[in-house]
Design a protein around this ligand. Structure first.
Ligand code: PLP
Length: 381
């Protein structure tokens, strides 16, 4: 069966051009980048070229990019590494209630280490309140971490304003950009971002590779001890092919940016309009306009989200209920709870995230079937 894939926030298909650049680093240029001989030097050169490509996507300097094992590791390193290295200045961290678990659970770990963490509320669309942020700041606040865009409901935060507030109080500002990267213009210099996480597999690159941007001069502790790779900040022989892959993915994301965003937005707007006009009792979760170009999250009143997903899967449609990370758990999504959705609506939510591989015909197929399945399920209820 031909699979129709609408779960691009969970992961994306690796682009052909990306894969093609990666393959030689498994078979031919397999030298250890720390080695002196030529195949080692070639790997090293490829890593530095990739570092430049990652840096250019976000307007950072190459020496401010650290390669990690995934987006989750970048988030862990930012929270734990920055908190521990700056502990002499204070022990308070501010984040939000709708962060990815890589951030939330890292903050929980820091609470066990004696840090105090404030989890900011969000409004019914998932936006944080800048006044609440200001009020949460105290003399011992050392780190603010607010995600650029949310993975479940697509809401984009006012990152420049948050960064300004952090700067005014001399607080380090980290942002989880795993979803925003490639989908929203990011300029760490203009926006005043100190630290930022990226993941390869969310931007048509491979899984198992991430990057952390860390502004020059900011102190951070290592998570992984061992060799002196990544300027002594992350030990372990480099995932050369993965690094080449994320570098190429970033380069394409930069060159393709306008086309990519326009195309996804077109699919998204069409889908939202069609669903709202054809299916009664639906609620769009997240901001209507200020959201990721490919993200849609609907609650279908009276429909069980898991059953809906199952029915869609039976006809080859891949989508998600809330966050993929929550699949199998009985708790409603922490993001949908944070925006104040009643449990019944939270359990009836469906996330559809478009990607470059989707066509308008795919979207029509989805709408047609969604309309029918929702009608049937409501009749049964
Ligand atoms: C996917 C995701 C992550 C984790 O990235 P991995 O590379 O899968 O570890 C972190 N934050 C957000 C917002 C994500 O969507």
């Amino acid at each position: 069966m031909d699979v129709k894939y609408f779960d691009n926030a969970a992961t994306t298909r690796v682009k052909q051009e990306v894969l093609k650049e990666m393959i030689p680093y498994f078979e031919i240029e397999y030298g250890n980048p720390s080695a002196m001989y030529s195949i080692g030097r070639n790997s090293k050169r490829a890593i530095e070229e990739a570092r430049k490509n990652v840096a250019e996507l976000i307007n950072a300097n190459s020496n401010e990019i650290i390669f990690t094992g995934c987006g989750s590791e970048s988030d862990n390193m930012a929270i734990k590494g920055i908190a521990m290295a700056n502990r002499d200045k204070g022990n308070h961290i501010i984040t939000s209630k709708i962060e990815h678990h890589a951030i939330l659970d890292s903050c929980k770990s820091m609470e066990k280490e004696g840090f105090r963490v404030t989890y900011l509320n969000v409004d019914e669309n998932g936006m944080i309140d800048l006044e609440e942020l200001e009020n949460a700041i105290s003399s011992d606040t050392i780190l603010i971490s607010i995600m650029f865009a949310n993975n479940e409901i697509g809401t984009i935060q006012p990152i420049e304003k948050i960064a300004k507030i952090a700067k005014n109080h001399n607080i380090i500002f980290h942002t989880d950009c795993v979803q925003a990267c490639g989908n929203v213009l990011i300029d760490v210099k203009c926006m005043g971002i100190d630290s930022l996480s990226i993941s390869g597999h969310k931007i048509y690159g491979p899984k198992g590779i991430g990057a952390l941007y860390l502004k020059k001069g900011i102190k951070i502790n290592k998570l992984i001890d061992g060799g002196h790779q990544e300027k002594n900040r992350r030990a372990g022989t480099e995932n050369v092919a993965g690094i080449v892959g994320i570098g190429k993915a970033c380069k394409i994301a930069k060159n393709n940016f306008n086309y990519h965003c326009d195309y996804l937005k077109k699919l998204k707007d069409y889908f939202i309009n069609e669903v709202e006009s054809k299916i009664p009792d639906v609620k769009l979760n997240g901001e209507r306009n200020n959201r990721l170009p490919g993200n849609v999250n609907f609650s279908f009143k009276g429909v069980d989200g898991q059953t809906l997903l199952f029915k869609l899967d039976q006809i080859g449609i891949c989508a998600s209920a809330g966050s993929a990370c929550n699949t199998g758990s009985q708790e409603p999504s922490h993001v949908l709870v944070a925006i104040g959705l009643e449990p019944e609506l939270a359990y009836s939510s469906l996330r559809v995230t478009f990607g470059e591989n989707n066509t308008m015909e795919d979207v029509d197929y989805l709408i047609e079937n969604l309309e029918k399945i929702v009608k049937d399920l409501r009749k049964e209820a």
